[in-house]
Design a protein around this ligand. Sequence first.
Ligand SMILES: NC(=O)c1ccc[n+]([C@@H]2O[C@H](COP(=O)([O-])OP(=O)(O)OC[C@H]3O[C@@H](n4cnc5c(N)ncnc54)[C@H](O)[C@@H]3O)[C@@H](O)[C@H]2O)c1
Length: 558
Amino acid sequence: MNPSNLTNSSNPIYSFSPTGEKFQLPSPEDYAKEFERLKELVNSHRSLGREIVVVMGLGFVGAVMAAVVADAQDGNGNPAKFVIGMQRPSTRSFWKIPLMNLGLSPISTEDPEVAFIIGRCVNQKKTLTATFTYDALKFADVVIVDVQCDYLKESLGNVKDGRAEMEALEESFEIIAQNISPQTLVLIETTVAPGTTEQIAYPIMKKVFKRRGVTSDPLLAHSFERVMPGKNYVASIRDFWRVCSGVNEGATRRVVKFLNEVINTEKYPLTVLDRPIESETAKIVENSFRATILAFLDEWSLFAERNGVDLIKVISAIKARPTHSNIMFPGPGIGGYCLPKDGGLGLWAYHHIHGFEDDIFKITPLAIDINDTRALHVAQLTRDALRNMGRPLASAEVLVLGASYREDIGDTRYSGSELIVRRLTEMGAELRVHDPYVLHWWEFEKQDEYPATSHGLKRFFRGQEKLKDLRVDQDLKRALYGADALILAVRHKPYLTLNPDEVVRDAGGPIAVIDCFGILDDAKIKRYFELGCEVKGLGRGHVKRIKDQVRLNTEGVE
Ligand SMILES: NC(=O)c1ccc[n+]([C@@H]2O[C@H](COP(=O)([O-])OP(=O)(O)OC[C@H]3O[C@@H](n4cnc5c(N)ncnc54)[C@H](O)[C@@H]3O)[C@@H](O)[C@H]2O)c1
C-alpha cells in the first residue's frame, strides 16, 4: 500500500532529519524495488532459521525495541530474529528509515547503547533493516505495533475536554490484517485506551480476515512498554519487567514465548494477565499513579514558596523513609509523551468504548490538569524576580535552559519549558533557549503542525507567531550574553555545575535566576545574591531567608 504524498522526479518531496539532512520520499517505482530487497533479505534469514519480526512505527519506542529484538540470540549464541522496522514515509518521519539503514540512531539520548546496538545490528550482525513499505508485513511471523495513539485536548488544564485519536491506530490494524499471514502474532505495545485490543483491534482484524476468507482468529496480544528515555534507555526495554496478555490461549502462548526470547525475563519475570484489557489498564493506572504523586506536590510547592520552606530539603528528608522513597519533586510540569495523556485514554475508554455515562474519575483528571498548567507559575516567578530588580518583564531578554521534558534526553514533547516560553512570550518577554540535546524545537519552528495539526499549545496563548523563529542555541555563553533572566528548567548535566560567577560574567551583569528543579544549592543561591542577582524557585521559599542574610551581611560591612 502506497502513501498519498508520493514523490517523483518532477515533484520531489523531502523529509529533513533534526540535523538538517535531506532525504527524498520514495516514488511509486521505489516500492517494487523495495519489496524485492526485503524478499531477498527475508529468504536468506529464513534459511538460517530466524523468525521475521516487523516493528511498525520507528519512534522513541519502536526504533529501540526493533534493535533489542534484532540483538536477541538463540541458545547457541546466534541471532534469533531478523527485524524489519517499518515506518510510514511521511515528511515528518521518513528520514528515520535511511538513517537507520546507515546504522545510525534516529534518537538523540545520553544512553550510548542506543547508537551502539542499532549500529551493531544493522552493520555487523545485519539483523536489522528499515523500510517504508507495508509489504513488509507479508513476511512477518510477529508484528509489533509501536505507532502512537494520541489524546487530543481541546482546552488547557481540562483533560476531560478531549478525545483519543484512534484513526491512525485503527487504520494500522486494518492494514496489518490485510497483509499478514493468519499465523502471525500481532503484539500491540502502543499505550491504548483500555479495551482497544479486544473491542477495537480484534473486530477490525476479524472482519478483514473474513473478507480474505481466513477463518481463524487473529493472534492478538498486548504488552506495554515501560521505556524510560535517558541514561538507561536500552536496559529499560530489555532488562525490565513486562506485563502481557493475549486475546485467546494461542495468542497468550505466542506472546509469552516471544517475550521470553527477546527480553531478559529470566532476571525480570513476565506477568501474564488473563485479558488484554488488564494489561492495557495496568499501563494507564501505573502512569496515572505517577502523574498523581507528582501533581500532589504542586500545592505543597506553593505552600513552601509562601512560608519560607525549601521543598527540596523536605522531600529528601521524607525520602529517607523507605516507605516514601518514590516521592518526587515535579519540576515545571510533567511532560513527555505518556504522563500527560495516558489517564485521558482511560477516561475516554470508560465512556466511548465501554459506554458508561457517569463520571467516576476525579483524581486522575485533576492530576493531569495540575501537571499541564504547573509551568505557568514559572512565568509569574520570572515576572516577580525581574520586578524586584526594577526590570519590566515586557522588555526583558529571558533565557530558558532546557527544552526537553526531562534531563539528559532530546525529547521536547509536552515539556514544561514549552509552556514557560509561550506564557512569557504572551507577557511580552523576548525568549532565548539553550539545550545540549535539542537541535530543533519543532513545537515552535513548525508550531502549526506539531505535535499535531491544529492541536499545538499555540492555540491557548496570544502573540505566538514570532516563536516560529525561535532557535535552540547550542552555545551557552552566547545564549547568556545580555540576558536579564535565566530559567533553569531541566536538570541536564551541564546545568548542575553552572558557576554563579561565570554565569553573571557571561551575562554581562546581575540577572534574575529562576530555579524550577532544585538545581541550586544554598551556597549557589547565596552567591547569586552576593553578585546582585535575584533568585526565585519552584517550591523554594527559603531563598528569601538567604537573601535577607546576604543583605544583612552586606549592610553590616558598609
Ligand atoms: N516515549 C516513551 O517514553 C514511551 C514510554 C512508554 C510507552 N510509550 C508508548 O509507546 C507508543 C509509541 O510511542 P513513541 O514515543 O515511540 O511515539 P513516536 O511518535 O515517537 O513514534 C511513533 C512512530 O510511528 C510512526 N507511525 C505512525 N503511524 C504509522 C503507520 N501506520 N505505519 C508505520 N509507522 C507509523 C510515526 O511516524 C512515528 O515514527 C505510544 O503508545 C506511547 O504512549 C512511549
